[in-house]
Design a protein around this ligand. Sequence first.
Ligand SMILES: Cc1cc2nc3c(=O)[nH]c(=O)nc-3n(C[C@H](O)[C@H](O)[C@H](O)COP(=O)(O)OP(=O)(O)OC[C@H]3O[C@@H](n4cnc5c(N)ncnc54)[C@H](O)[C@@H]3O)c2cc1C
Length: 422
Amino acid sequence: MKLNRRTFLGTAAAGTAALSAPMVKAAAHGMPRVVVIGGGAGGATAARYIAKDSEGAIDVTLIEPTRTYYTCFFSNLYIGGFRDLQSIAHSYGTLASDYGINVVHDWAIGVDRDAKTVALAGGGSVPYDKLVISPGIDFVPGSVPGWSVLSQNKMPHAYKAGSQSELLKAQIEAMPEGGTYCMVAPPNPYRCPPGPYERISMVAHVLKERNPTAKILIVDPKEKFSKQALFEEGWQKHYTGMIERIGPDFGGDKVEVNPGEMTLTIDGSVENVDVCNVIPAQRAGHIADAAGLTEGNWAPVNPTDMSSKMDADIHVLGDASAQGDMPKSGFSANSQAKVAANAIRGALTDSRVFPAKFSNTCWSLIATEDGVKVGASYEPTEEKIASTDSFISQTGEDAALRKATYEESIGWYAGITTDMFG
Ligand SMILES: Cc1cc2nc3c(=O)[nH]c(=O)nc-3n(C[C@H](O)[C@H](O)[C@H](O)COP(=O)(O)OP(=O)(O)OC[C@H]3O[C@@H](n4cnc5c(N)ncnc54)[C@H](O)[C@@H]3O)c2cc1C
């Protein structure tokens, strides 16, 4: 049920009535409380599903510092000129007005797991019975020597969308004739495995139109990458001779950058570049560490319900979690959020809990109407979230199929953002 203002007021009253209802498992304080940290693909979806499906029986607070969420998904298409920025911007107003979610625009800075409270940068503290955290990624300090967040204006990552995407797009459009764009690609595991290579395609698309003698250099620490055969076929077809990739065999894993000089040193040899898009190594958003939920760079979870292996009352979603076979994607985070929301609602209100099933598809645009995809279904096993079957676009597909694949991705975008934000 989608709540409008009128039904929300009604269900809020019903929720108040539920304070004394025995089926509601709240610890002596009335209505059970769920706090969600992070209003992205995982967090916004979880908050919305818990609020919507519990019909006012669970009090949901969403803590998210930004007032506008820019999706990383389709931010490459913005850089390529296929979308405008407004089309990837989303607000939290509907979650508050139509679903009754208490949206708090602040940073969570700590979790007291004994007292079951979340501390806010603004000074408050929010109690929970169940906590969901979906803070996305932060960067591993020092992973690209010479680069830090202090240099992200000279060498943007554009791996959190918004102002960074705008900056990178502006830099690409201002490149001198015949100049060089360089991407320092991240090591595994990282947010959106095909994301860097879709971005290369979109940068090539822009440069082919505006600056056709420009060059693209990818410095890559990985032997291979997602949808590699499809991207390489597309680059050969649409952007012949424009793109060069330096893998680990040729020093792609030994790179240092100098933002002041706009140079990079690859295995001892210095290159001048005009734009340098540094995508550092990644780890779970810092709050996951602060809450004591990580082991290494990521937060281990139980594959049946995404609950933390460190704390059964906390569920970790999306990129921050160690996701077994699932890639770190918006689709995955959204899918995991529904599993967790169902489990949380079951634990707090005795509603039915369904066995976990997860899915993911990642579409990438290579050139105008030339879309490809990769995806799989997943189920929990004792050990991890395991892939049960998978599919991938094929090289040599005809233009009509590629156009249909691209159109499918547009439908997916509309669907997932409605699923997140109402
Ligand atoms: C260029 C690019 C292209 C991509 N393309 C696709 C695609 O086509 N398809 C796809 O499925 N995925 C894609 N992705 C991946 C997708 O964006 C992420 O996997 C997804 O957003 C992860 O969801 P999340 O909830 O884990 O994190 P996010 O969506 O990043 O949400 C995290 C939220 O938590 C908030 N937050 C962080 N710390 C705190 C804190 N301490 N307190 C409160 N709030 C906090 C942040 O402000 C943020 O809003 C792409 C990513 C990139 C970079």
